[in-house]
Design a protein around this ligand. Structure first.
Ligand code: SAM
Length: 237
């Protein structure tokens, strides 16, 4: 590593053994690690005996600090970006900094590694040749419009959700997509209590109405096989 570079380094989504050899090597060799939460990442760095200096880079300061960091990379610094879990930029800070580096012509290398949506999609049993990643649905404003648009989507749909909003989201998905639409609730991927609950949206809603979900969750929903079928479900946001 002779020139400056931004390394995007994925970190485990629950299982510490999912850290790659290359991720550890890069984190040991860079000048600085930018972390979403330095306390959370401190545990990981300690586990892998990484003593590189660390600074916080999160959604509240990334807009302001991205141009300055990109400039440092242009000047020769090697900087790694990590988030609390998974791949930075995927429902996590990262995009602004990468865009700023590209604008200035700084090198960016994203290591392949852990992210929640790939194991969720592949283990769901739903078609994984074509899919859309939605991340988190809007909690309020624009939610119904988005759900209405998505109801026509023919590719498999991937949604991130928190356990406390799971029941409501399954209810909304059942209403907009139809109760019979196949779906999977993927919980605690790569962890001890990993579960993939495959059923229909209506049955999943009933199940999670009676059983409070815990842990981290990805919802994978089959695409619309009969486009036009759910068109009248739009409600005003
Ligand atoms: N950057 C991460 C990635 O690459 O997947 C995503 C970060 S986002 C803030 C956190 C969300 O990712 C969680 O609410 C959940 O939807 C999903 N997630 C993260 N880890 C997970 C896991 N072990 N099992 C299931 N879902 C997970």
């Amino acid at each position: 590593m002779s020139q400056g570079c931004l390394f995007i380094v994925p970190t485990p989504i629950g299982n510490l053994e999912d850290m790659t050899f290359r991720a550890v090597k890069v984190l040991k060799e860079v000048d600085l690690i930018l972390a979403e939460d330095t306390r959370t990442s401190g545990i990981l760095l300690k586990h892998y005996d990484i003593s590189t200096p660390m600074r916080s880079h999160h959604k509240f300061n990334e807009h302001e600090s991205a141009p300055k960091i990109a400039q440092k990379i242009i000047e020769g610094e090697k900087i790694a970006l990590i988030s609390d879990a998974g791949t930075p930029g995927i429902s996590d800070p990262g995009f602004f900094l990468v865009r700023e580096c590209r604008k200035l012509g700084a090198d960016v290398i994203c290591l392949p590694g852990p992210t929640a949506f790939v194991p969720a999609l592949v283990s769901s049993g739903l078609p994984c040749d074509k899919f859309v990643f939605e991340g988190f649905l809007p909690p309020k404003k624009g939610r119904n419009t988005r759900l209405s648009q998505l109801s026509e989507e023919t590719r498999t749909i991937i949604i991130y959700e928190s356990p406390k909003r799971l029941q409501r989201t399954l209810k909304d998905l059942s209403q907009f997509f139809g109760e019979d639409r196949p779906a999977a609730v993927c919980r605690e991927l790569s962890k001890l209590h990993e579960t993939i609950n495959f059923s229909s949206l209506g049955q999943l809603y009933n199940y999670y109405s009676e059983n409070q979900a815990k842990g981290e969750i990805v919802i994978v929903v089959a695409g619309n096989q009969i486009p036009g079928k759910n068109k009248n479900n739009n409600k005003d946001d």
